[in-house]
Write a protein that binds this ligand. Structure first.
Ligand code: GBH
Length: 445
């Protein structure tokens, strides 16, 4: 029921930051006060979202932000990771939405005054629809629009921000959004995936340059999703498939931003698209203060004649409500693996958490399985640190139940329960355990 850390763990140290995370589209609501995003459009497509829900109300965070700051404070966290809605800051005509920008200034100031460090993600998937109308991430101009948007945000917010993140999980934007069609804008095709990925990487590089020159006092970096890849069957074919899949899932973005080059397996395909222009790779490879790692589970692959690999369902019966295997060892493994393969900046675990079938009974949510998930994953972080990986913080996903993309509101990742009829927030057992651990930690410091 409670969380603990080994006595000698580096996670007790003040230098390590503990936080909770959210993203704009998943919690904000107040759609009418901003330009449309690709997720607004995608939600209107029949069948795109499992429960046919939208982001129109979500957690009504735009209205309830002051109470949410109190809520965050009550969890005893050091940090809060949020994202900014691009279409709330830049209007269709290219002008700044002053009211939208002021919302974030006010929120971030309030958090800072409360003693909470703010980690700001510039792009967590909610591209303005007016840019999608011109091709979105398939259009190279979008990267330059992102650079301009970054300038506006950074100038206004940098004094109160601890860390800026350019992109959250570009793999999801490019692959799920433009290649597999599972996420907005719902486009498909292998070439689309490659082209979108390159323009996202270019956007990252352009924005990193802005951040490093205009905001040298904040920590600036990117957040990527990682999942160690395993063969589904113990055959040489499936082993090969998982090695190939590893390149697609874990190195497609990391290698360009760290080493300034794509993994070799992408080269011929990429060349055929003609998307990479001279000088691009140098723009993409900018010095970063940290790498954000999002980890949820491991993945299985088997051989496929067409694509080389195909993703397989988890085998274990220890599954979350998403059907994702609970596999803490994978977090230690991937961290050590990446640390060995690259010369990395310090790491933040920017997302880790689990969806469970939470029920509220007598005003309580007894999410013991989620507590166990956090316990085992914190241990996994500690183990990786003991083996030499430089990790500076850990963020639970998520502060509260919210719009879980194509899954709608049925999948609950929060450590705080949200009743979507009344918007009442109730701290779950996991939230209480987290805040207790962090209170203990503060006393020891
Ligand atoms: C994160 O994405 C997001 O940043 C966050 O907004 C979201 O709410 C949270 O996790 C929970 O989902 O079977 O091909 O779809 C998680 C991203 C999800 C990426 C699982 C890889 C499996 C690949 N990961 N996904 S596929």
């Amino acid at each position: 029921k409670s969380l603990s850390l080994p006595k000698d763990s580096a996670l007790w140290s003040k230098a390590f930051t503990f936080g909770v995370a959210t993203s704009s589209f998943q919690i904000e609501g107040a759609v009418n006060e901003r330009a449309l995003s690709i997720w607004d459009t995608f939600c209107d497509k029949p069948g795109a979202i499992k429960d046919q829900s939208t982001g129109e109300v979500a957690c009504e965070h735009i209205e309830r932000w002051a109470d949410d700051v109190e809520l965050i404070k009550s969890l005893n966290v050091d940090s809060y990771r949020l994202s900014i809605s691009w279409p709330r800051v830049i209007n269709e005509n290219g002008m700044v939405n002053q009211q939208g920008l002021a919302f974030y200034s006010q929120l971030i100031k309030a958090l800072k005054e409360t003693g909470i460090d703010v980690f700001v993600t510039l792009y967590h998937w909610d591209l303005p629809q007016y840019l999608e109308d011109k091709g979105g991430w398939l259009n190279r101009d979008t990267a330059y629009e992102f650079e301009k948007y970054t300038q506006v945000v950074v100038e206004t917010l940098k004094e109160d921000v601890t860390a800026f993140t350019t992109l959250n999980e570009p793999w999801c934007s490019a692959y799920l959004g433009y290649e597999a069609g599972i996420h907005a804008p719902g486009k498909t095709g292998r070439d689309n995936g490659l082209v979108a990925a390159h323009h996202l990487l270019l956007a990252h590089g352009l924005a990193m340059r802005v951040l490093n020159t205009q905001s040298p006092n904040t920590e600036n970096g990117i957040v990527l999703n990682f999942s160690p890849c395993y063969p589904f069957n113990d055959t040489s074919e499936d082993k090969k498939a998982s090695v190939l899949a590893d390149q697609y899932f874990n190195h497609w973005y990391l290698k360009p931003v760290i080493d300034g080059a794509y993994p070799a397996i992408f080269e011929s395909e990429l060349e055929a698209t003609g998307v990479v222009q001279p000088g691009d790779m140098a723009i993409i490879q900018q010095p970063m203060d940290y790498l954000g790692v999002n980890y949820y589970t491991r993945s299985y692959f088997s051989h496929d004649h067409q694509s080389g690999f195909v993703s397989c369902p988890a085998k274990d019966d220890e599954l979350t409500a998403m059907g994702w295997e609970i596999f803490p060892q994978g977090l230690t493994d991937i961290l050590i693996d990446l640390n060995n393969q690259y010369s990395l900046p310090p790491i933040y675990i920017t997302e880790n958490g689990a969806a469970m079938d939470d029920e509220i009974i007598d005003g309580k949510v007894e999410d013991t399985k989620r507590v166990a998930y956090f316990q085992s994953h914190l241990k996994a972080v500690d183990t990786a640190m003991n083996q030499g990986v430089d990790i500076k913080g850990y963020f639970a996903w998520s502060l509260m139940d919210n719009f879980e993309w194509a899954e709608g509101y049925e999948k609950r990742f929060g450590i705080v329960y949200v009743d979507f009829e009344t918007q009442k927030r109730t701290i779950k057992q996991s939230g209480l355990a987290y805040s207790q651990l962090l209170a203990e930690r503060k006393q020891q410091q």
